[in-house]
Design a protein around this ligand. Structure first.
Ligand code: SF4
Length: 258
């Protein structure tokens, strides 16, 4: 059982800030005689609400035990198992390396793709090619978060040869790692990128067009599905509905929506 005291405190603080922001957006300016916030909010308020990395960065700078250390250690233990995994014989034979996942072990938001591609297989990091660059822009320019504040991983941790879709048996084999990573991180939100991620996570055959645009539930985590960045590179007209999905996600997370 992972202890999450400091993290929980951080999350409670963020939740309170988000509730206050929601009330303020709803037009409530005071609770009794107390203003909900100054007319000009502190410049760092959004950062406090949006960055689960702050407490961790401060503790690391002070050389003390940082929030997230326990989770990082737990993830490292799972990662060692993944690195040695040969459950999918073909993938284990053809991969250059496993691609575990990357990001903040305290992330509120996990982005979930389908499987590593050639670039990821080479570098050992998820979403590092052209699609990864677009995902970074979606996170940083669109949502005004830092990529290091979210967590990014895939349904599979090994590249399928020729970038074919994951086989059901492969997705089922890798599911235990997905669930164990989620159990450590305990995110509040998952954003599924593309049909393969969405359909595998939610165990459905419903199209991405019908899955997107509203929230689903996975083990108590709010799940939003949208198009894969690689699809957006091929179909720029899908960027508008994808941005609508991200705005919906931001609203639900209590972030400022432009
Ligand atoms: S895809 Fe997952 S289950 Fe299959 S070999 Fe790789 S790490 Fe193991």
């Amino acid at each position: 059982m992972v202890q999450k005291g400091p993290q929980s405190e951080g999350r409670i603080a963020r939740t309170v800030l988000q509730k206050l922001e929601s009330l303020h957006r709803a037009g409530v300016s005071h609770m009794g005689k107390v203003p909900l916030r100054a007319e000009t909010p502190p410049a760092d308020m959004a950062a406090v609400a949006q960055s689960p990395d702050d407490d961790r960065a401060a503790a690391l700078a002070a050389g003390t035990h940082a929030p997230g250390d326990d989770q990082a250690a737990a993830l490292a233990a799972v990662q060692r198992e993944v690195a040695a995994c040969v459950r999918c014989a073909e993938l284990a034979r053809t991969r250059k390396q496993t691609v575990f996942g990357a990001g903040n072990p305290l992330a509120r938001l996990v982005f979930l793709g389908e499987a590593p591609g050639a670039d990821e297989d080479r570098q050992g990091e998820p979403f590092v090619g052209r699609a990864g660059k677009l995902l970074t822009d979606m996170i940083e320019k669109g949502m005004k978060l830092k990529r290091r504040d979210v967590y990014i991983m895939n349904i599979l941790r090994c590249r399928p040869p020729g970038n074919r879709n994951p086989l059901p048996v492969e997705a089922a084999a890798c599911r235990q790692f997905l669930d164990r990573q989620l159990a450590v991180i305990q995110p509040e939100f998952i954003c599924c990128l593309g049909a393969v991620a969405a359909q595998n996570l939610l165990q459905t055959t419903t199209s991405i067009g019908r899955l997107r645009g509203h929230f689903h539930d996975y083990q108590g985590i709010k799940v939003l599905c949208t198009y894969h960045p690689a699809y957006l590179l091929r179909n720029p007209s899908a960027k508008r509905p994808t941005w609508d999905d991200l705005r919906l996600l931001m609203e639900e997370m209590g972030l400022r929506v432009p």
